[in-house]
Design a protein around this ligand. Sequence first.
Ligand code: NAG
Ligand code: NAG
Ligand code: NAG
Length: 354
Amino acid sequence: MLINFLFFILARANYYLPPENDELSTQTCGKYQCTPTTISIPSASCGTVTNIDTFNLQICANPSSVPYCNTTTLECTAIPNLAPLQSYPGEPCIAQSDCLYGTCTSQICVGQGVNGACTSHAMCAPGYRCSNGGTCQAQIAIGVTGCRDYHDCVNWGGCNSTYSSSNGTCIQYATVNNGELVTDCISGYSNLCKTGFCKKSQGWFSNIGTCSKAPYSSSTTPMSCTVDTDCKGSDGTNIYLSKCVCGYNSAGTSYCMPFIGDAVGILLISTLTTALKSAGVCNTGRRSTKECMKLLNKESSTTSVIYGFDYYPLTINNDACVKQIYTPEYWQLVISSGVISKYAMIYFVIEFFI
Ligand SMILES: *[C@@H]1O[C@H](CO)[C@@H](O)[C@H](O)[C@H]1NC(C)=O
Ligand SMILES: *[C@@H]1O[C@H](CO)[C@@H](O)[C@H](O)[C@H]1NC(C)=O
Ligand SMILES: *[C@@H]1O[C@H](CO)[C@@H](O)[C@H](O)[C@H]1NC(C)=O
């Protein structure tokens, strides 16, 4: 399984949709288990399906040549080649063609420095952004005005914009206290709020919201469930719902997605904001990517907290072979992508009051 590593900035549904045969509308989930000794599986394959919905899995028997389990076909294959991505300024290269922009110098792609011409943030060296005037200029420090969006700010801060002009103020991620307004409130999530949670204060289509106490699961996690309405969270006053998602366990049990106020959500915010504090070596547009985390030597710690939150239901009660086959960090196959998407859209629009 390939997961989307990226986090921050754009809205996306963060819950994982299991394979089609696990559709929750039918309230049935596949059962995933290590193959019982009573079933024999050919060595070229990594599993077999019995009773329509039971996945009997085994680690590929020939790890030197075909170590990868294709979970669609249940065949052992070579590790799929991910198309190599071009590097941004600040990232490693061997040849000039490895660099999306800039020149490959001493095995690093070197972008434009101060006053260098640019048409995109990706052309500027780490520490710089492409300004309105089409030149690379230093990223804006925390507390200073002049940002249009987060790219203009240092890598550990976002842009709290103004209503009418593109002259926002850079604010450090996860520092705004409850009760204060932010302008990056999308689907209940704000990168600027200390809790990560915000409530829209100016209508559904605006991104203005008030930083608020984060909801947390109403029962001890993991919460097993059959429908979304089993997945209640609370901020002490209001009730929120998350999603009921099929897991990868032998009983076919579904579990609720966590809330951002749960331990795994708090850990996610603190791990990512701490990592970003040292992300000055990355291009401004790369702050929230696996490639940047690699430069910081924080790829595995950040991947595991993102996985542990975004794919929480899939991590509960896995058999050992299920973990190995379905856990992408084991295979180092976390998908690479230049697209930035936000990691957390958690609470669903269904929101009601006690
Ligand atoms: C798994 O096999 C299917 C069917 O042959 C193929 O389309 C898919 O690309 C394979 N997945 C991977 C990750 O190689
Ligand atoms: C963010 O911007 C809004 C709108 O300009 C402003 O009302 C709010 O006080 C700002 N928030 C912070 C934490 O500065
Ligand atoms: C942006 O706002 C600040 C504070 O309100 C002000 O001092 C500055 O001149 C403004 N800059 C621009 C380019 O409008």
